[in-house]
Design a protein around this ligand. Structure first.
Ligand code: S2G
Ligand code: ZN
Length: 464
């Protein structure tokens, strides 16, 4: 643990009452949404300005104190977990939207701005922040940048990385850098901004971000289609992708739908029960597009790829159909799921999923496997539900044995062991299934440049 005098010195760097060491705060701020780690930070510090963040980093270098960044703490890979006496740096008090530029279509904001807050602000100003996912109501922009968050609109809008036009950061050495100056074009050497996006707080802290906005979509319309098997989903994707400019293309299994229906607060999409469901969304900005969607639906039915389906006729029905997909993560969390977030190129998805599903079913005959994900960008979420009577430790140990086979298949298909949730602690020991040893050495060399004393989120992404 850290010497009391060192913590007292930390208190002088921020406003009174902005360093907490009580058990409840240590527990609450020392974790994210993962549940396999025991939080054990030394203190939580709440800076309010860039200068205070810089002073904290310099203090941490002087005393060799490890710092862990903390945003909305909705991460699923343990990147915001502090379990070795680190000091957690929370951005809850750096949560202001600073400036809207309607001509540049950008919003300069602090890292503690909640994703939903930015989405609402954009909408209030006739614009649109298009990165969206289940946890957007509590995740923060700083954390979204740290993990390069993806979500449900990536097929049209890409990842968080596509929407960052400028960053102000405090590096692990305590230098303040203004990266890219919000420019669209800037060919002046290495784009250091991109290094910080997805770095999981291992290179420094984001203290300001200029986020790009898009025009507001027109008359978003959603379809849910029931398919006879998983393989039918891909020709459905190609059929609709060829005709419509999709804003989303998701999937979920019948087991996932059953869990949502059991909640009792989401209407059934249609009466027919099918093994898999595709959920797609597009802008029905005119009747011709809506008719094209219906014609494509008919074509998919004629081809036997779709058995039944529904198209939203109102914003309320659109929201109800999205609940079928967006409620999954929170709904199944009650069964302490063992989660995998894997991706391959879209063309490899059918063979990839069938191989993974076979090996998981072979080794887990009595576990319930729930599949869902962003099939339009090749990202699958594999969730194995813990049997009520099986202790958590035994369950996770059993699941971990299959990780090896799952990741060997990921490697075979040249995929990623972490599509959007990041590496953190959860995937750290499996990194070589997706990154070569030489690549990892280069990443560690980059880290050493920005954080020579290794105080920035040590042990995340790779072992120290
Ligand atoms: C999703 C949310 C987290 C999870 O629903 O797309 O990324 O895997 C997930 O449950
Ligand atoms: Zn996801």
């Amino acid at each position: 643990m850290i010497d009391v005098a060192v913590i007292e010195a930390l208190k002088t760097l921020v406003e009174p009452g902005k360093v907490l060491t009580d058990a409840a705060s240590l527990e609450a701020y020392g974790k994210d949404w993962t549940r396999q780690y025991t939080p054990a930070p030394s203190a939580i510090v709440f800076p309010k300005t860039t200068e205070q963040v810089q002073a904290i980093v310099l203090w941490a270098n002087e005393h060799r104190v490890a710092l862990v960044p903390s945003g909305g703490r909705t991460g699923l890979s343990g990147a915001a977990v502090a379990m070795n006496g680190e000091v957690v740096v929370s951005f809850d008090y750096m949560n202001q939207i600073l400036e809207l530029n309607v001509t540049d279509r950008t919003v300069r904001c602090q890292p503690g701005v909640v994703t939903k807050q930015l989405q609402n602000f954009a909408e209030e100003n006739g614009l649109y922040y298009p990165v969206d996912f289940a946890s957007s109501g509590s995740s923060q922009i700083g954390g979204n940048i740290g993990t390069n968050a993806g979500g449900i609109k990536v097929i049209r809008y890409g990842m968080t990385r596509n929407w960052v036009s400028g960053l102000k950061v405090v590096t692990g050495k305590g230098d303040i850098l203004e990266l890219n100056k919000d420019l669209i074009k800037n060919a002046t050497g290495y784009d250091l901004r991109q290094l910080f996006i997805g770095a999981e707080g291992t290179l420094g802290f984001v203290v300001e971000a200029t986020m790009r906005l898009d025009r507001a979509p027109k008359n978003l319309t959603c379809m849910v289609l029931g398919t006879p098997d998983f393989d039918a989903i891909m020709p459905v994707l190609h059929a609709f992708h060829g005709k419509l400019d999709l804003t989303a293309f998701e999937f979920f299994s019948d087991k996932g739908l059953a869990r949502i229906m059991a909640r009792g607060d989401v209407p059934e999409p249609f009466a027919t029960k099918t093994p898999f469901y595709a959920l797609l969304e597009f802008e029905a900005s005119n009747d011709e597009i809506a008719n094209e969607a219906l014609a494509t639906f008919e074509h998919c039915v004629e081809q036997g790829w779709v058995i039944d389906g529904v198209m939203s006729q109102s914003q309320q029905q659109l929201q109800n159909l999205w609940k079928l997909r967006e409620y999954l993560s929170e709904t199944i969390s009650h069964w302490t799921p063992y989660k995998n977030d894997i991706s391959v190129t879209v063309s490899k998805v059918p063979a990839f999923l069938n191989e993974i599903d076979a090996i998981v079913s072979e080794h887990y005959p009595d576990f319930e496997v729930v599949w869902y994900g962003h099939i339009g960008d090749g990202n699958l979420h594999l969730n194995i539900l813990k049997p009520e009577d099986l202790p958590k430790e035994e369950f996770f140990a059993k699941c971990a044995t299959v990780n090896k086979w799952v990741f060997e298949i990921v490697e075979k298909y040249n995929g990623s062991i972490s599509a959007e949730h990041g590496v953190g602690l959860v995937k750290r020991d499996y990194l070589e299934y997706s990154r070569s040893p030489v690549e990892i050495d280069y990443m560690k060399a980059v880290k050493a440049v920005f954080d020579p004393n290794g105080i920035m989120n040590p042990g995340k992404i790779f072992t120290v």
